[in-house]
Design a protein around this ligand. Sequence first.
Ligand SMILES: CSC[C@@H](O)[C@@H](O)C(=O)COP(=O)(O)O
Length: 380
Amino acid sequence: MADQHAQSGEDKRPTGIPVLRWEEPPEGPVLVLLDQTRLPAEEVELVCTDAPVLVEAIRSLAVRGAPVLGIAGAYGVALAAARGFDVDDAATALAGARPTAVNLSVGVRRAQAAYHTALAAGGGAEEAAGAALAAARQLHREDAEASARMAGHGLALLDELLPGGGHRVLTHCNTGALVSGGEGTAFAVALAAHRQGRLRRLWVDETRPLLQGARLTAYEAARNDMAYTLLTDNAAGSLFAAGEVDAVLIGADRIAADGSVANKVGSYPLAVLARYHHVPFIVVAPVTTVDADTPDGAAIEVEQRPGFEVTEVTAPQVPVAGAGGGIPVAPLGTQAYNPAFDVTPPELVTAIVTEEGVVSPVTGEALAELCARSRQVTIS
Ligand SMILES: CSC[C@@H](O)[C@@H](O)C(=O)COP(=O)(O)O
């Protein structure tokens, strides 16, 4: 089925941008996404009518960021079920759309399990589709709650580590409302500090090659009236050297059982810089990002993206020439190394902040204990 772009209506998004929503028009249910590839130039919605459209939206980063990938994946399963497509085929395609963010497969499997449990209990297809949708909605709500709790724990940690206040925080990639059912992960902590009058400056890494920092984090920071400054990724070193960074706050796409953190490529160099300059390097992520089945950083699959994302730049309304539709900035045929993520070892991470609390120092044992606590909370 074809996807469809529709210009969104009047802007009613002062603090929490609806990144995705489920709708049930007469033609059948749809998942509506805010197309993040078009930000900040325009707020355009992408209407997904079935799982393959959503898979393409995930691959193209129209929807992106670990927590919201999980939510989108769960809604994708519900969409396939509601429209009478093969749910297991849809689940496999959705879970495989991007390999590093573990939340995607967690969300997909959760909705898929709800669907099969309802079927096994004797419910019909419609009831099972309803169960998948309920699971997606539940995950969506839980993520919003987790986001608020992470912000609280993260701000308390910042205040403890930096008692003087007036925090100058460096962040990488985009971790705000665009990646979450709530206000995000690392960005939510900075936003909480801002609201308390304790954020002096948010340093925003542009995040090459797809500019999630420049396009999305700067957009979110501006909308929240935060004091922010954009820098190229390779300017971070001079910022640390000048003593202008009090803490680094980043998100995570997968945290291995030993505490290794996979996040947007460029995170690891920041961790090295932070350690050299005695600056706390803080990772903020929900417990769903901790993957007990991945023992260590070496076992994390790092997504490799197409080379044209590096060899070309894209800009709307400019004639296109390159293989990816952008303007070539390197000689034609240039090979590119384009991993989407890198892995930071636990010894470089000052703390991992989750909705269940803070792990510091970061060890596999402490992480496992925290996750066990989270499971108890979920069950009770
Ligand atoms: C809370 S979001 C954490 C990560 O998902 C985020 O930092 C990130 O690396 C996103 O990468 P992206 O490739 O834009 O999906």
